[in-house]
Design a binder for this molecule. Structure first.
Ligand SMILES: *Cc1c(COP(=O)(O)O)cnc(C)c1O
Length: 425
C-alpha cells in the first residue's frame, strides 16, 4: 500500500466533492412565480387575515404539518428565531433554568438566554452524542422549567425517557430538530415528541430555503403564542383578546413568500434526499465497521439516522494513536474529517457570564436564585469526546457519489494500515 498523503504519498480523494444542492428547476419556477406576482410577503403586524402571512406561507405550513402529522406548523425566518419563539411561547421566566446539551449549535442555548433564563448544561451519551437522561435528572433543580433537546447529527435523543422525565418533574420540552428532519425515533418523527419542535431551513441543512425555520406543535395555545411572538405580539394581543402577557414581546420572525414557495417544493424532496443520504452512510458503516477502535453510528430498532454528519466514537487506546493525529492523516487523504463540538459552556459568554449588558445579567439578577456552574468538568463525557474520543465525517454540505464513499473507506483503511507510522516517538 502506498505511503500516507501526510508523509508525501498520493492523496486518496482527489476529486473536489460538489456541494450538496437540493435546489432545482421546481424551486426556481416557484420562486419566479412569486416574484412575478409582486407579493414577496403578505404579513401585517396587526390582528387580521394577514397576521398569518400570505398564501405561500400558509400553504407551506399546511404541507409541513401534513408531512410531520402535527396539528400546527409555524414558519419562521430561521431555526434560531424558532427556538427563541419556542422558549418564549412556553412561558419561561427570567431566572428559570432550562437544561440543554453542550454539544449543539450555539442557538439552542442562547434562545434560553434571550429570555433571561439560565442555560444549564447536562452531559451527553457516548453512543448517541445526545443528552443523557441520567445527567438531565441530576441537573434538575427547583428552578428547572424545561429541557432543550437537540437531535444531534440527525439522530434522536432518548426521547421516550426524556418525555418521561419531563412528565415526572413537570417540565416542558423543546426539540431542536435542525439536523434531523424526517428522522424516526422509536416509530415517531423526531421533532414531534416534545411540546414544540423546531426545524432549520438554512443553506447547510438537508432541505433549505436559504434561511428559514419551522416550529411544530400539537397545542393550540402554544401555536398561537408562537404566531404572536413571530409577528409583533405586543401590538396584536388586544385584537386577539390574548390576556396572558407573559413574553408577549413580539419580533419579526416572518418568512417571505419566496422562501415559503421554495419550501413547498423542498418538503416534497425530503424523502428522496434522505433515502440517498442514508444509503451512502450505510455503505460507509459497512466499510468502516471492521476498523479497530472506531465505533460506527448507533441506529436502534424502530429508529432512523439521517446523517447530518457521520459521527463515530474513537478509542485512542485501542487504536494506539491519538485522535488529532489520525484526523490530520485522514484530512491529508482528502477526507472531510473533524473532531466533535466544542462544548458550548467554554464560550466566553458563559465563562465570563456576560450576556445582556456588562454586569453579569441574567446570572446575577435578583430573580435568579440558583448557582449554575460552567466550569471545566461539568460534562466529563462531552469534554472527553471533544478532546480525544470522537471523530466525524462531514455529510451535510457534500454531495457524495457512491465512488466518493468508496474512496473515503479506502482512505480510512489506508490510515489504519499505517497506524504505526503515526504513533508518537
Ligand atoms: C443549524 C442549526 C441551528 C440553527 O439554524 P438556523 O436556521 O441557521 O438558525 C440550530 N440548532 C442546530 C442543532 C443546528 O444544527
Amino acid at each position: 500500500m502506498s505511503e500516507l498523503a501526510l508523509f508525501g504519498g498520493p492523496k486518496t480523494i482527489t476529486r473536489d466533492i460538489p456541494h450538496h444542492n437540493p435546489i432545482g428547476p421546481e424551486e426556481a419556477a416557484a420562486a419566479a412565480k412569486v416574484i412575478e406576482s409582486g407579493v414577496l410577503s403578505q404579513y401585517l403586524g396587526e390582528y387580521g387575515d394577514d397576521f398569518y402571512g400570505g398564501p405561500q406561507v400558509q400553504a407551506f405550513e399546511a404541507a409541513w404539518k401534513d408531512y410531520f402529522d402535527t396539528k400546527y406548523a409555524v414558519s419562521v425566518n430561521s431555526c434560531t428565531s424558532g427556538l427563541m419563539a419556542a422558549v418564549g411561547a412556553l412561558g419561561i421566566e427570567p431566572g428559570d433554568e432550562v437544561i440543554v446539551s453542550p454539544w449543539t449549535m450555539t442557538a439552542s442555548a442562547t434562545a434560553i438566554l434571550v429570555w433571561n433564563a439560565i442555560p444549564v448544561f447536562a452531559d451527553i451519551e457516548r453512543d448517541s452524542y445526545n443528552l443523557d437522561p441520567s445527567s438531565i435528572e441530576k441537573n434538575i433543580t427547583p428552578l428547572t422549567r424545561a429541557i432543550m433537546v437537540t437531535d444531534i447529527f440527525g439522530y434522536g435523543a432518548k426521547l421516550e425517557e426524556i418525555m418521561d422525565l419531563a412528565r415526572r418533574y413537570n417540565l416542558k420540552v423543546i426539540e431542536d430538530c435542525a439536523q434531523a428532519p424526517g428522522a424516526i425515533y422509536k416509530g415517531r418523527f423526531t421533532g414531534t415528541w416534545g411540546d414544540i419542535g423546531v426545524f432549520s431551513l438554512n443553506y447547510h441543512k438537508h432541505i433549505h430555503t436559504g434561511e428559514g425555520g419551522v416550529c411544530v406543535t400539537n397545542n393550540d395555545r402554544l401555536a398561537r403564542r408562537l404566531q404572536l411572538i413571530r409577528n409583533h405580539a405586543e401590538t396584536v394581543v388586544e385584537g386577539m383578546q390574548e390576556e396572558n402577557l407573559t413574553n408577549m414581546i413580539g419580533y419579526n420572525f416572518r418568512m417571505t413568500e419566496i422562501e415559503a414557495a421554495i419550501g413547498r417544493e423542498q418538503i416534497k424532496k425530503l424523502d428522496s434526499l434522505l433515502k440517498e443520504r442514508i444509503l451512502l452512510a450505510e455503505e460507509l458503516s459497512e466499510g468502516l465497521s471492521g476498523l479497530k477502535g472506531l465505533k460506527i453510528p448507533l441506529v436502534e430498532p424502530r429508529c432512523s439516522h439521517v446523517y447530518y454528519a457521520y459521527p463515530m466514537g474513537y478509542d485512542a487506546e485501542v487504536v494506539g494513536v491519538n485522535r488529532d493525529r489520525v484526523l490530520e492523516a485522514l484530512r491529508a487523504e482528502g477526507v472531510a474529517a473533524s473532531g466533535g463540538y466544542r462544548n458550548l459552556y467554554f464560550l466566553p459568554i458563559y465563562q465570563k457570564k456576560i450576556a445582556h449588558g456588562s454586569r453579569g445579567f441574567p446570572w446575577n439578577a435578583a430573580n435568579y436564585k440558583g448557582n449554575v456552574s460552567y466550569q471545566e468538568g461539568i460534562c466529563p463525557v462531552a469534554e472527553d469526546l471533544t478532546k480525544q474520543s470522537f471523530l466525524a465525517v462531514g455529510m451535510s454540505v457534500y454531495h457524495y457519489s457512491k465512488a466518493d464513499i468508496d474512496r473515503i473507506i479506502e482512505a480510512f483503511n489506508k490510515v489504519w494500515n499505517h497506524l504505526d507510522e503515526l504513533q508518537e516517538q
